[in-house]
Design a protein around this ligand. Structure first.
Ligand code: SF4
Length: 192
């Protein structure tokens, strides 16, 4: 006996995405971290210096300040992150991965998902990424959220405009220098 057929439309895709999300989250339940804690660690590994703070993380995760605070307390207690005074804003803190946090990401369960994606989709992996990126951008726009895209794709990124402080590029919004490594990171202020 077969079950109901998955509709070949938006509802079908939404159900598939939901099911995939459940499977990924169940992999993330093994070990000493919860899914939200994995998400926060990944974010801190990829975010630039303007975005490694509790407020930006809350926006990225789409949660409340209270939930983010609990996540950060747990990660700090486990020795995976540390808080430092923010060099940009005295009232805020900068979050940083510790060595243990960076090492933890070497065992990130999302690597198994990445392998499965490549096995299942092969040469169509790039196309799937493009389609899902478009869907994500649309959903974020509907929710009035932020894209958190890579710095080099931002409309404020001035490639090759050397900063007074010596970096190769400049941020036209924040008026600071950016290195090649900075250009690869994600940013709370990024705009297409
Ligand atoms: S160029 Fe855009 S993404 Fe890069 S630091 Fe500036 S605001 Fe952020």
């Amino acid at each position: 006996m077969t079950g109901p057929t998955m509709p070949d439309d938006g509802e079908g895709v939404a159900n598939l995405l939901h099911r995939i999300g459940q499977l990924v989250r169940s992999d993330e339940q093994d070990g000493d971290l919860y899914p939200a804690q994995w998400s926060a660690l990944r974010y801190l590994a990829r975010a630039n210096r303007f975005s490694r703070n509790p407020m930006a993380l809350t926006r990225y995760l789409g949660t409340t300040r209270g939930t983010t605070s609990q996540t950060l307390i747990a990660l700090e207690r486990k020795g995976y992150i540390r808080r430092l005074p923010s060099p940009l804003d005295k009232r805020s803190v900068t979050l940083e991965l510790t060595e243990a946090g960076a090492a933890k990401l070497n065992a990130d369960p999302i690597a198994q998902v990445a392998d499965a994606v490549e096995q299942a989709l092969g040469a169509e992996t790039g196309k799937a990424r493009e389609l899902l990126s478009r869907l994500l951008a649309h959903l974020i726009a509907l929710n009035d959220g932020r894209l958190f895209g890579q710095c080099h794709t931002c409309r404020h990124f001035r490639r090759g405009e050397r900063a007074k402080t010596g970096e190769l590029h400049t941020c036209g919004l924040l008026n600071v220098g950016l290195s090649d490594a900075d250009s690869e990171l994600i940013c709370v202020e990024q705009e297409r």
